[in-house]
Design a protein around this ligand. Sequence first.
Ligand SMILES: [Zn+2]
Length: 358
Amino acid sequence: MIFSGTLLTEGEGALREERGTFRVTAKGISRLRENHPPDCCGFALPGFVDSHAHIGIGSAGPVAREEQEAQILAQRDTGVLAIRDCGSPVDTRWIDDRADLPRLKRAGRHIARPKRYIRSLPIDLENPHDLPEEAARQARVGDGWVKLVGDWIDRSLGADADLRPLWDRKILVDAVAAVHDLGAKVTVHAFAHETIDDLLEAGVDDIEHASGMDEDQAREIAARGVLVTPTLLQIELFTDFAAQAGSKYPVYAHRMLRMFKERHERFAMMREAGVRLVMGTDSGGYQEHGTIGAECALWEAEGVSREELLFIAAIRSRVDLGFGAPYEGGDLIVFSEDPRTTPIFSVPDSVVVRGELR
Ligand SMILES: [Zn+2]
């Protein structure tokens, strides 16, 4: 296809403009010298990257192929053309054969311990010492990422139930090393403050939610270049989680409420500390698919400029998650108005996947 207009791409850590007419194929994008009638005009970005979604998980658990397709189409229609799947219990390999669908990098299945995550989703390890072996197994079946559940409420503590790490530090160190030996990376669900130091010691590559992170940890995370997916939509649900726990688990409820109240301060602190934040919706389960606009709106409400937001969502997250350079593979989204200045974060007018308008 032929695109004409303003191509927004990377230039020294920010958005840069290139104006002209471009031919887009599955191999990439190239500037055209002579005039060609365009198929599509406006402002183009490489598609958005959702660095935290779950294709195959619906509000009631695992879903069949028809629903998986509806989920990934909802992502595509809102401009997400690359997804890191942070754990799914179903086989979604059929998606790789569909040239019209977004690119997916899978992290295999969630690895947890019995009763320490959402039922029916993870591989539950009775013996935590099996973690390195299972993590290596998931690294072999995934697309370069492995997903661990780092902490969850421990209901066996009764009225004292609270978030607790699932794994000892030593086990985590061995598991991350096993994954790294296979050339893959580790992303970890972590709500609690006390989970984070062990994750850093173990050398994980991405910390999800990070709702308990303090300033010292943020500085360390920034220094090590560990990614953080702040999932602001998901943190908005912490009041619901607290209400559900209610008087049965008051310690947990109190902690979730406190982390909710500190959310604005914490986000500003992470940015101030230089933490490398990537864009992710946590779609699948609690969040609907196709919510990248809502996630971005929350980042904007935290004071992230539109220009920086577009850069993070469409360019930096792509590079950080291993999806290649902008426009590589002929993926782009087109807006009729300049997305840097429209009043609200809108869905693209056209979506191009592998060089074809979809
Ligand atoms: Zn998730």
